[in-house]
Design a protein around this ligand. Sequence first.
Ligand SMILES: Nc1ncnc2c1ncn2[C@@H]1O[C@H](COP(=O)(O)OP(=O)(O)OP(=O)(O)O)[C@@H](O)[C@H]1O
Ligand SMILES: [Mg+2]
Length: 263
Amino acid sequence: MGHIKIENLRKEYAERRTLPRNHTDSEYKGGKLVVLDGIDLEFNDGEFVCIIGPSGCGKSSMLRIIAGFDKPTSGRVLINGTDVVKPRTDSVYVFQQNGLLPWMTVWQNMELGLINIHDKEEKVQRIKEYIDIVELTGFEHSYPSELSGGMKRRAELARALVINPDMLLMDEPFTGLDFLTHMKMREEVVNMHEYIGKSMVMITHFIDDALIMADRVVVLGERPTRVQMVRELKGRARNIETDPVLHELKDEIYLMMGVSYVV
Ligand SMILES: Nc1ncnc2c1ncn2[C@@H]1O[C@H](COP(=O)(O)OP(=O)(O)OP(=O)(O)O)[C@@H](O)[C@H]1O
Ligand SMILES: [Mg+2]
């Protein structure tokens, strides 16, 4: 179960000693950096939600609050009707970077999430299956520092997917992957979602990913951030190039991101 409700969410961070050169007065009212400014959103159980927004607008801040890693300044997040006050055991978070424990091998990192599986053979099979999916066979016993950037991302995804959680929160999981691996992982995540039907919230700066993968696309604006657009998308096997509605939506989102001419 993973019904998520975000009510009037506001997040401010305390003023830093040196203010950035391009800050505006409204951002720093009262010595605070206002990041999220009254966010209201609701995601259905089992939905695949993609969140897009400009860099620094507060996407990771919002996902951390949904995950219970951080507290809002005001407003609240409810999961299945209950206030989120701490991290949940039934959800997994894929970090924007460095989600693997550096002193453990890929295999050990993956084993960590499977402590409740006591059948050793089942555990080994599951880890092998996901290592194979992300094409890291042969690197099971490598430490994160011995992997390339893309390999680390794949290992992080495998670590999250192997747990088969009720809710998967992913912060730019495809960043740093080469094009083909990106396409494969996109397919894998969509298939996983179709198959298990669990709630997934994914931050991405790839607009195509959102349009192809999501049941619901959320576009956030510049900081202090408000919701610019929420759009439900139906059907699967979408093709942005041949679907005029998706094509138009893509142009609209680019415009919202301040890009008027895509080269
Ligand atoms: N712990 C923190 N303390 C102070 N300021 C923070 C903290 N975390 C984030 N910020 C600030 O909040 C703003 C939003 O950061 P956040 O990481 O949520 O953005 P984002 O939308 O995920 O950006 P990106 O797309 O670049 O990952 C930024 O201006 C950042 O400097
Ligand atoms: Mg971020």
